[in-house]
Design a protein around this ligand. Structure first.
Ligand code: B12
Length: 346
């Protein structure tokens, strides 16, 4: 079976919680001579990304996503056992996710790829507060911290992890979906390097550490982010009030729908704050485009976000960076109203 043909099969097995079947499929491919790295990166990774689309477009529940990711973890573990490679490099690396980041599977795929290439890897796992990272690094002194971030809303915490690593004198290689398609966001939080994926990470590590680039991170030190972040609960309440006036269907919402709306408002504000923190509009505009799809496929018109953004523009009128991000958000929202909401091909 080719990797391409194996993808829909693995998708079915993950969603059916068929752990033995999924592990058998991976072993069959490995025994037929498909490389371990290919099974991880050309089979497991795209199937997981596809599961994300199915959730995004309301074809799967969060519970299905949980089931699929726990079976996928077993598949990754089986690939590792089958490979049985022992490290031949002297220097080790630590792979960590910043506080609040629960997506460990992308970091796991990175860890196993590097192990396959002979790196001794310590996988720290889920959501590590920055202070604990410093202590750990001081104790074990790895050559690099590989910081994996999936949600752009966690980039402020990723910055704290970068500072924590610096305190321990360990340079940081950053990666994961939160950083977007190039190294700009990674450099903005002060990482020493960025790579798009595990093979890229292995290439960057060949010539490690990279020359230190002088930080120009003054925007992170000002108060616009912290004032906004601290005001999120209050701003979410006032945005809800504004919606009551400006979005009449809200009057007919039941308790569950009102709670979901409140969650969305907090999500909007958290992404706004992360974009302001980085002074990077794309953090907010990417999120708004994504939210527009999530809402449409759940029967909520994305145009309902417009009055929320307008309200925030009114109440935050004296904050230049925040206003710039909100204006970009309005733009992205108008553009997204005509997007199609179907998953791409697997
Ligand atoms: C499984 C999953 C979960 C699981 C995670 C379980 C686990 N143990 O990891 C659970 C259920 C916990 C979860 C929760 C949530 N998730 Co989720 N999740 C996913 C899913 C389906 C797969 C993640 C994955 O493994 N991807 C596989 C790898 C291949 O993708 P990758 O991230 O691009 O990683 C590659 C590279 O980026 C790179 N890389 C990664 N890290 C690093 C680090 C370095 C240093 C380098 C160099 C490279 C590198 O290598 C990887 C391998 O090739 C994704 C879909 C997706 N597109 O990823 C959604 C997804 C990430 N989740 C999403 C969301 C919204 C959430 C929730 C907010 C709500 C929800 N759906 O439950 C929560 C938030 C939890 C939190 N606080 O962190 C969204 C995020 C959208 C956005 N706007 O940011 C996604 C994209 C789904 C979607 N299409 O909408 N999720």
């Amino acid at each position: 079976m080719t990797i391409r043909k194996a993808r829909p099969v693995l998708l079915r097995l993950l969603l059916a919680a068929d752990e033995p079947g999924a592990v058998r499929l991976a072993r069959r491919l490995l025994e037929a001579g498909v490389g371990h790295e290919r099974v991880l990166l050309d089979l497991v990774a795209p199937v997981l990304a596809y599961i994300g689309y199915l959730w995004q477009f309301n074809r799967l529940t969060v519970a299905h996503e949980h089931v699929a990711s726990s079976v996928a973890e077993r598949v990754v573990a089986a690939v590792r056992m089958h490979a049985g490679v022992s490290p031949h490099r002297r220097e080790s690396v630590v792979i960590a996710c910043p506080e609040g980041e629960w997506h460990t599977l992308p970091a796991r795929l990175l860890a196993e790829t590097l192990r396959l290439r002979g790196w001794p890897v310590t996988f720290v796992g889920v959501s590590l507060p920055a202070t604990h990272l410093t202590v750990y690094l001081q104790q074990y002194r790895p050559a690099a911290v590989l910081l994996s971030v999936s949600l752009a809303v966690r980039l402020p915490q990723a910055r704290r992890a970068v500072l924590a690593s610096r305190r321990a004198g360990v340079p940081v290689l950053a990666g994961g979906a939160a950083f977007g398609r190039d190294g700009r966001r990674a450099l903005r939080i002060g990482a020493d390097a960025w790579a798009p994926g595990p093979p890229g990470a292995a290439a960057v590590l060949q010539d490690w550490p990279p020359p230190r680039v002088d930080d120009d991170l003054e925007h992170l030190a000002d108060e616009e982010y912290s004032r906004l972040f601290e005001a999120i609960p209050e701003l979410a309440d006032s945005a809800m009030q504004a919606l009551r006036y400006r979005y009449p269907p809200l009057h007919d919402y039941d308790r569950r729908q009102l709670e979901a709306t409140m969650d969305d408002l907090r999500h909007i504000l958290n992404f706004l704050a992360a974009a302001v923190y980085l002074d990077e509009c794309t953090v907010f505009t990417d999120f708004i485009t994504w939210l527009s799809g999530v809402l449409t496929t759940r029967g909520v018109p994305p145009s309902s976000v417009q009055p929320v953004l307008a309200h925030l523009q009114e109440v935050l009128h004296d904050r230049a960076r925040t206003l710039r991000v909100l204006a970009a958000g309005q733009h992205a929202l108008s553009a997204a109203l005509n997007d199609s909401h179907t998953p791409p091909d697997l």
